[in-house]
Design a protein around this ligand. Sequence first.
Ligand code: FES
Ligand code: FES
Length: 170
Amino acid sequence: MKLCVNGVVRSLTLDNRTTLLDALRETLHMTGTKKGCDHGQCGACTVLIDGRRANSCLQLAVAVGDREITTIEGLATEEGLHPLQRAFLDFDGFQCGYCTPGQICSAVGAIDEANRGWPSHVTADVAAGVGSASELDGAEIRERMSGNLCRCGAYHGIAAAVERVAKGES
Ligand code: FES
Ligand code: FES
């Protein structure tokens, strides 16, 4: 099968039960994406599939062969770090760093969702949604990032980093 990861199409031969997470880590040796629970509970394995965040431990690689996969390794450019990577550094949004790739990929997706107007569980008017990511307050950001757990408890820095980028202040 073929897998398009960070703009590069790779040819792979895989057991058809292989998850996207294992294909990335074990076959492509792209270990930025982390395995925490392998059960869709922690968010450490979050990647972007066609721009939308997803737990790669819950995706079969064969199911995403025609999709565009973006991992943490694909966020920085030759010009420098992604604004969220810079913000996580500036706000100490990590301790051991194990959850960090998933947190950052999830934040990219969360900000995009808000810019599309998608509501969250704590949006005041779910039918109206939100105007843009710049309107997100702390409660909105914590709710939208709640699928990504951090055993080090770096949530304060994580929320601050996401809020800065959501408000376009990076
Ligand atoms: Fe995928 Fe935990 S490893 S959600
Ligand atoms: Fe250690 Fe989040 S920084 S689990």
